[in-house]
Unconditional design. Sequence first.
Length: 154
Amino acid sequence: MKKTLLFFILIFGVTFILAGCIKTSNNPVNSTNDQLIGGQKDEHGCLSAAGYSWCPSQQKCMRMWEEYCQEYADQYRDDDKTTKDTTDLGGFCGKSTKAQCQTDTDCVSGGCSGQVCEKAGEGGVTTCEYADCYDRTKYGVACGCVSGQCQWYK
C-alpha cells in the first residue's frame, strides 16, 4: 500500500513538473494583439513613451536630456543671435550649474526632467520631480555655453 501511494505521488510530481516545461504557444500569456501600454515606437524604432527620440547625427535612439544631439539642439537655437539672453527665460524654472565650458556641445540638459543645464559628464542629482516650468520646448530655451558657463538661454 505504501509503495502504491509513493508511486502515485511520484508520478503526479513528475507530471506536474513536466507540464510546466511544455511550450504551448509562441505568444505570451496575453495572446491578444493589443499593444502594451508604453510600448509605442516611432518610425525609427525609438520607444517614445520612455523619452527616446531618433538622433540622425548619432544614428541611434537617445534621450535628448541625457546625450547631446546636434539636430535637437538646432531646433532651439538661433545661431544668428549675437547674444544669448540668460536673464528673461519667460517663466522657465530649470537650473544652471554654470560649469566651465568652451562651446555649446560641452553643455547638456540633465536631471530626471531635463531641467538642469550642466557640463557633459557632470551628472548632477535631482529629486526626480516634474514641473510644467521645466518644459524647455514650451519656453523656447536651450542649454549651452554662455560666457564660458553652462546655462539656459533664449
